[in-house]
Design a binder for this molecule. Structure first.
Ligand code: PGA
Length: 253
């Protein structure tokens, strides 16, 4: 089963309009000579989504919100909706990023609500899951991931799974410079794929893209992408530097 690689740049709370436009233009240029078909997605801050969408228009780059609320509009101060993302030129969103879970205390039920809302409104969604260092050291990695996946996907129909990807992001590897080794990540990715089979069916699991995130850099992307169950990367820090992100997009597996 060959899954189309997906490389995502998550800009987090970085970039003014001017900085975002420069970065997007450089990445667009870097897409021109990608070695083979692969999907590139950028998740800039909501404040620059519209400007970035003009810059990447026609390039095939997919634009995503870094989070999404469940309703189309309403009294939800500080939130953005799928309709707003679409109106600004995006068609995707992340949910359940560990920074949302850890810093802003979003639990599985809220992540699930966001995920279902985004899917119902037509977005391509990325559900992030990952264990903390304490959970890993306590031998709980797989049980934590199983629960995040089960609760996160609750109520998501089999038909919606073709607009869904999963990102495995061990919390201890995010922004720390520590990366899971290719083998460590592969073990978890293969476990997650088995869980998708249990929750849906093998066909769905075979087609589901499972991305790795956590200190992905130009010097580790190739060995990560060489693993059979790693279908892409969710990149934070290295996505803010055009040359680094372009090298990541050009991974050689
Ligand atoms: P990092 O972030 O690449 O800076 O570790 C990854 C992420 O949080 O998506």
């Amino acid at each position: 089963m060959s899954r189309r690689p997906l490389l995502v740049g998550n800009w987090k709370m970085h970039t003014t309009v001017v900085e975002a436009c420069q970065l997007a233009a450089a990445i667009r240029q870097g897409c021109a000579d990608l070695p083979e078909e692969r999907d590139i997605m950028l998740a800039p801050p909501a404040t620059v989504l519209s400007e970035v969408s003009h810059i990447v228009h026609g390039s095939g780059i997919i634009l995503a919100g870094q989070n999404v609320c469940w309703g189309p509009q309403g009294a939800f101060t500080g939130e953005i909706s799928a309709v707003m993302i679409q109106g600004a030129g995006g068609n995707a969103a992340l949910v359940g990023h560990s920074e949302r879970r850890q810093i802003f205390h979003e639990d599985d039920a809220m992540v699930n609500r966001r995920l279902r809302g985004g899917l119902d409104q037509g977005l391509l969604m990325i559900l992030c899951v990952g264990e903390t260092l304490e959970e890993r050291e306590g031998g709980q990695t797989l049980s934590v991931l199983e629960e995040q996946l089960r609760a996160g996907l609750s109520g998501v129909s089999i038909a919606q799974c073709d607009r869904l990807a999963i990102a495995y992001e061990p919390v201890w590897a995010i922004g720390t410079g520590l990366t899971a080794s290719g083998e460590q990540a592969q073990e978890v990715h293969s476990f997650l794929r088995d869980q998708v089979t249990l929750l849906y069916e093998k066909n769905v699991a075979d087609q589901m893209r499972i991305l790795y995130g956590g200190s992905v850099k130009p010097d580790n992307i190739d060995q990560l992408m060489a693993q059979p169950d790693i279908d892409g990367a969710l990149v934070g820090g290295a996505a803010l530097d055009a040359a680094s992100f372009i090298r990541i997009m050009q991974f050689k597996a």
